[in-house]
Structure formats: C-alpha cells, structure tokens
Design a protein around this ligand. Structure first.
Ligand code: C2E
Ligand code: CA
Ligand code: CA
Length: 254
C-alpha cells in the first residue's frame, strides 16, 4: 500500500468511523487473569482492508492528523471501556498518546474532558506515553497530567529499556506504570537480564506497576514472573483483537 496515497483518505476515515480500537489483553501474573487491555489503532480502509498503525501513523504525523487520531482513539477506547464496565465486565484500558503529538496541551485538554464525561472508577483508564520529554516539554502539560493523575488517571511510561532510557525519564511525568520494552523482555543475554532486573527494581522502588511487553514464549514469561512484574502482555498471552472479541474474552473469565 502506498503511504502517500492514504493521506487523502485518512482525514475522512476519522469522520467516517473507519478507525477502530483493537485490544490486546494484559494478564495479571499473580492470578493469571485478564485485567486490562491496550487499545491499538486499526484502520478499516474501504479499498485496502485492515491497516496497522505502522502504515498510517507516520502519515498522520506528517500531515497534521495525529492529534485528531489521538482524540478519536481515546474516545473510542474509553467508550468501549464504559460499555464493558456497564455490563459488569471489570477491566482497565490503556491508550497510546504519541510523543510527537503536535499539540499535547490540546490533547491533555481533550483527555480531561473525556475523563470527566466517562466518569469511570479510578484507575480504569491509563494513558501510555512513549517519549516523555517532548510530551511534557511545557509546564502546562505536566500540570494537567498531575491533576488528572490525582483524579485517578493512570500514566504509563511506554517502551522503557528501548535505547536511551534512564531513571530521569520517570521523573518527567507523574507515572503510575512502567512498560518494559519488547527488546528487553526478549533479550536472553546476561547483560539483558541484568538491565531487566535493574529496571524492575527501579520501578518497584518508586511504587510503579510493571508491565512486561512482547512476551512470546514460556521462558520469557517465567523470567518476568520471577522478577515480580505485575502484568504481562504479548503474543503468548493474546494478540490484539477486535473490541467484540475482547469483550468475549472478558466474559469468559468467570
Ligand atoms: P506499542 O505501543 O509498543 O504497542 C505494542 C505493539 O507490539 C503492537 O503493535 C502489538 O501488536 C505488538 N505486540 C504485541 N505483542 C507482541 C509480541 O509478543 N511480540 C511482538 N514482536 N510484538 C507484539 P501495533 O498494534 O502494530 O502497534 C505498533 C505501534 O503503533 C504501537 O507500539 C504504538 O506506538 C503505535 N500505536 C498503535 N496505536 C496507536 C494509537 O492509537 N495512537 C498512537 N499515538 N500510537 C499508536
Ligand atoms: Ca503502547
Ligand atoms: Ca510499547
């Protein structure tokens, strides 16, 4: 699929509800239960079929559509969460906010409004932030995030351990959760295991929940279990799936 050709369609896609939130389960390791889902953007293109974010997020970024996509995804995902909770299916939901969001002030503004509108139990909703620095570059955004966190919004530092990430990154946002990057979860070298241990300790010292991402096999699962990561997410435990399928998974827990 030609990326450039998609751009014209993308602006329309958001107004015509072609953007879907798919959900990937997160398992609580202590209980083995599905307790949360990460919302991942999918575009049901009328001609090209179902497209993953790698195909359209760069285009959205380049053409000033990333803020709108962010708002559409937060609204869609939280709408699903409200529906599930109303049906008695307790669950938490995470949504990605791009670091290169053009206007983080506007996004946090929208997040705040939607957070009020859905009025779900505290800790139901989490925002995942990949590169913390550009996102909280303005004091305004940092203050808004702190306020939202005080009112029960979860804030997750995504892709931690990928490339250059330090403890300082955790101080840039009022985090409640740290997500360990797939590269570190899958790294079987002694060096990789040592940094995994270090990061989990760092997070736990700060009282952060730790989610291990990209768990694809039993060995990786065992390692993050031994280190007492609270949650795991990955193909071994479940692939991203349409919202209706995720609801079935939640309902089947009992
Ligand atoms: P991410 O936030 O790190 O999301 C996790 C990605 O890893 C997802 O790819 C997921 O399908 C994939 N994954 C899950 N389990 C495994 C595993 O066991 N092994 C491996 N190798 N990969 C696994 P996806 O859905 O293609 O999303 C890719 C990226 O696109 C996301 O990475 C996120 O950065 C971005 N993205 C997705 N949806 C949104 C959105 O709504 N807004 C923004 N701003 N970015 C989004
Ligand atoms: Ca994420
Ligand atoms: Ca991630």
């Amino acid at each position: 699929v030609e990326r450039v050709n998609l751009v014209d369609d993308l602006a329309h896609a958001m107004t015509r509800s072609q953007i879907e939130a798919w959900f990937q389960p997160q398992i609580e390791l202590a209980s083995g239960r599905v307790v949360a889902g990460e919302a991942l953007a999918r575009w049901r293109h009328p001609v090209h079929g179902l497209l993953g974010p790698d195909l359209f997020i760069p285009a959205a970024q380049a053409h000033g559509l990333i803020d709108e996509l962010g708002i559409v995804m937060v609204d869609t995902a939280w709408n699903h969460a409200a529906d599930w909770i109303a049906r008695g299916l307790a669950v938490q939901v995470s949504v990605n906010a791009s670091a290169t969001q053009l206007d983080p002030v506007m996004l946090t503004d929208h997040i705040g409004r939607l957070f009020d509108r859905y009025d779900l139990p505290p800790q139901t909703l989490t925002i995942e932030i990949t590169e913390t620095r550009p996102f909280v570059d303005s004091d305004d955004v940092a203050r808004r995030l702190r306020e939202l966190r005080e009112r029960g919004l979860g804030i997750s530092v995504d892709d931690f351990g990928a490339g250059f990430s330090t403890a300082a990154r955790l101080d840039e946002v009022p985090a409640t959760e740290l997500k360990i990057d797939v590269t570190l979860v899958q790294d079987t070298t002694d060096e990789g295991y040592a940094s995994l241990i270090e990061i989990v300790e760092l997070a736990h010292e700060r009282g952060l929940r730790v989610v291990a991402e990209g768990v694809e096999n039993e060995e990786q699962l065992r390692r993050v279990e031994i280190l007492r990561c609270q949650r795991a997410q990955g193909y071994l435990l479940g692939r991203p799936m349409p919202a209706a399928k995720f609801a079935e998974l939640l309902a089947a827990r009992r």
